[in-house]
Design a binder for this molecule. Structure first.
Ligand code: GUN
Ligand code: FE
Length: 430
């Protein structure tokens, strides 16, 4: 099952700074990479050989942060900052997911587009509605993507039609949701999703700690995105030393205190994280989802990604649709590089810009670590791959593979019909 050889032009990250490119063969054995070879690997001669000629073969893209119910209004209502945007654009749209028919319609568009995108793995926020979240999980399972999907918890600071009635009801519905879907999917897993500190009372956070422990769930949320938001958290949680501490007080900020099997936590943004917050994230192994388009659109700021990379933190990219306007992680790569250039020009002249190698690494192997051995073609990695045809981007000269890859990403080959095949865990889904 799921064993074959692809022949073509192979590009993948070995480390943050090392991109390997070669014309050769990549072997998939039982859904996992068995190696990359320049010459035909004779010991696999019995496997089917798929010759992709001059096409590019790269690892699938990982989106560490996307909101499925915001997909319908992506690219609209972009002239706001975070809190006003939540109140005027996001919450009214998310309230519609109480209606299962609307959820089915909107989530079908989302899941179809995710299937055809460059993304192979994603951490997805749903809404606070249990039914709609299960509809989304059913649809995502069919796409073949491997995803974490979270029913949002929110028991304060939103309009009546969206906020959950109480901490108890929010926790009760979360239990109900997890029990409903237990054992139902192969590729679609639950993730605990307190929306952010302003939406969750202390009582709810305490109950989520118990649920997290009972089911060993990974956790996703937002952190230090916007200055007004951080001030609001300071008022709501005067007992906390910094924003991240208000998750940590409920043991929802990485796994250091838990004698459970290891679970991952991912926090989106970290634009304004203090040194103390950064230190705790490093100690606890918290992942950062860097979402450059969202940070620009919502005027949040520019995350100090150079610092996070140099500190060897766990970091990947997120589209943050609809804060970000597109699910394209190719676009997130170019935005991450561009944002880092503005950081060095306007914030810290000593900060080096993020390189293409580093941004490609974050989009693949960096974010992929949240899912295990994912995001590279090194031996033992799960076989997630995209086959790209860049011949539609004509060029007068012969380019090397590094140039062809960079250009394919900068010129959004994923959005103009350039993805010819897509594999996840060795399954061909396009
Ligand atoms: N903080 C709390 N909710 C949200 C959301 O939906 N999007 C973003 N970007 N930040 C948030
Ligand atoms: Fe978000």
């Amino acid at each position: 099952m799921n064993s074959f050889i692809l022949k073509g032009n192979i590009c993948y990250s070995i480390s943050k700074t090392k991109l390997k490119t070669l014309s050769g063969y990549v072997v998939c054995k039982d859904g996992k990479c068995a190696g990359v070879f320049e010459k035909f690997p004779g010991k696999y001669k019995d496997l089917e050989l798929r010759d992709l000629k001059d096409k590019l073969i790269i690892p699938g893209m990982v989106d560490l942060h996307i909101h499925a119910p915001q997909y319908a209004f992506r690219g609209m209502g972009m002239d706001y900052e975070l809190i006003e945007w939540l109140n005027t654009q996001t919450f009214p749209e998310e309230a519609k997911y109480k209606d299962a028919d609307y959820a089915k319609k909107a989530y079908t568009i989302f899941s179809d587009n995710m299937k055809n995108s460059a993304t192979t793995r994603a951490c997805i926020f749903a809404t606070r509605h249990r039914n709609a979240t299960e509809i989304l999980m059913d649809l995502m399972e069919e796409t073949g993507l491997v995803t974490y999907v979270g029913k949002i918890n929110m028991d304060r600071s939103a309009p009546d039609e969206l906020v959950e009635e109480s901490a108890d009801m929010s926790a009760f519905n979360t239990f109900g949701w997890i029990n409903d879907i237990a054992g139902k999917y192969k590729r679609t897993k639950p993730i605990l999703t307190p929306r952010f500190i302003p939406s969750c009372t202390d009582d709810l956070m305490d109950q989520l700690r118990e649920i997290q422990r009972a089911y060993s769930l990974p956790v996703q949320s937002h952190l230090s995105e916007n200055k007004g938001e951080i001030e609001w958290v300071r008022e709501l949680r005067p007992d906390s030393a910094f924003y991240g501490d208000s998750y940590d007080k409920h043991d929802l900020f990485g796994d250091e205190n838990l004698d459970l099997e290891k679970v991952n936590t991912v926090m989106a943004h970290c634009v304004w994280s203090s040194d103390e917050e950064v230190n705790l994230m490093r100690e606890n192994g918290v992942f950062i989802a860097h979402c450059p388009a969202s940070n620009i659109n919502l005027t949040s700021g520019i995350a100090p990604v150079r610092k996070y990379l140099d500190l060897d933190m766990k970091i990947g990219l997120g589209s943050d649709v609809a804060g970000g306007q597109t699910e394209s992680i190719f676009r997130a790569i170019t935005d991450a590089i561009g944002a880092s250039k503005m950081y060095l020009r306007y914030v810290d002249e000593n900060a080096k810009a993020v390189t293409f190698e580093e941004a490609f690494y974050m989009a693949t192997k960096g974010g992929g670590e949240f899912f295990g051995k994912v995001g590279s073609f090194e031996e033992g990695y799960e076989f997630d791959a995209l086959v790209l045809d860049d011949s539609i981007l004509a060029h007068p000269l012969e380019l090397n593979l590094r140039q062809r890859l960079e250009r394919s990403i900068y010129l959004s080959l994923d959005l103009c019909g350039g993805i010819k095949e897509k594999y996840i865990q060795g399954n061909k889904i396009i």
